[in-house]
Design a binder for this molecule. Sequence first.
Ligand SMILES: NC(=O)c1ccc[n+]([C@@H]2O[C@H](COP(=O)([O-])OP(=O)(O)OC[C@H]3O[C@@H](n4cnc5c(N)ncnc54)[C@H](OP(=O)(O)O)[C@@H]3O)[C@@H](O)[C@H]2O)c1
Length: 249
Amino acid sequence: MSRFTNKNIVITGGTTGIGFAAARQFIKEGAKVVVTGRDPKKTAEAAKELGESALGIVADITKPGDLEALFDQIRDSFRGIDVLFANAGIAKLGAVADTSTELFDDVIGTNFRGTYFTIQKALPLLRDGGAIVFTTSWFDEAGAAGTSVVSASKAALRNLTRTLASELVDRNIRVNAVSPGVIETPLFGKLGLAEADVQALGETLLSQIPVKRFGKAEEVATAVAFLASDDASYITGVELPVDGGLTQL
Ligand SMILES: NC(=O)c1ccc[n+]([C@@H]2O[C@H](COP(=O)([O-])OP(=O)(O)OC[C@H]3O[C@@H](n4cnc5c(N)ncnc54)[C@H](OP(=O)(O)O)[C@@H]3O)[C@@H](O)[C@H]2O)c1
């Protein structure tokens, strides 16, 4: 079954981790995919690995000029977009007492502001009947110490999932979110923590996960594909946890 044959799919943050796994899944099911990232080398490598159904475009979602250029190029190459997977995001940790304005602006500026204006720029190209999927996080349900800014950024996206779903209902564009638990991706190397601290964090998190293992990017990708597909035709405004029971049990 090819649910995405002749569909054009744009994945922000599609060069590694969850976004890259989703690109592979969509291509396996017949789609043409644009993957974006900030790093030109990683973007080129990802597009090459994904093959001829993929186009890699370097675009930083925090830069309005990059977003403008991204959607201009997509308009020229693709015309319309059937699915937007707004997945690009970062995580930086710190107690409220120690959080700098730079960290705050970086995380909110990427995860919420960057994603918000990605959507705004994409809206004219999104086809009626299409779908948007956000990547939120198990953090937006939890009160884990040290995660205040990243958790708030994802909670903002969780609400945007609902408000945008309302605004797009007349165009039959469904808007949903996938909420990953602890997933093995390069993200953990980018937290700004020493390796020993990442290890300790991993052990603490593992002890809290009901199914006793971390998730795989591919396990999130299949949930994204479900939400983006006609299999989810009566589902809009939801956040689907893919977290081994972390937020549910
Ligand atoms: N892994 C987890 O446990 C977990 C849990 C909950 C939520 N999430 C969320 O899942 C999403 C994907 O993360 P991941 O785990 O797959 O991590 P990842 O491998 O680090 O992927 C992040 C992707 O986002 C891109 N990106 C970051 N900042 C960007 C920006 N300003 N503009 C454009 N692209 C940008 C990265 O590209 P560059 O490398 O070029 O910057 C990369 O392609 C994120 O939104 C993250 O918050 C992950």
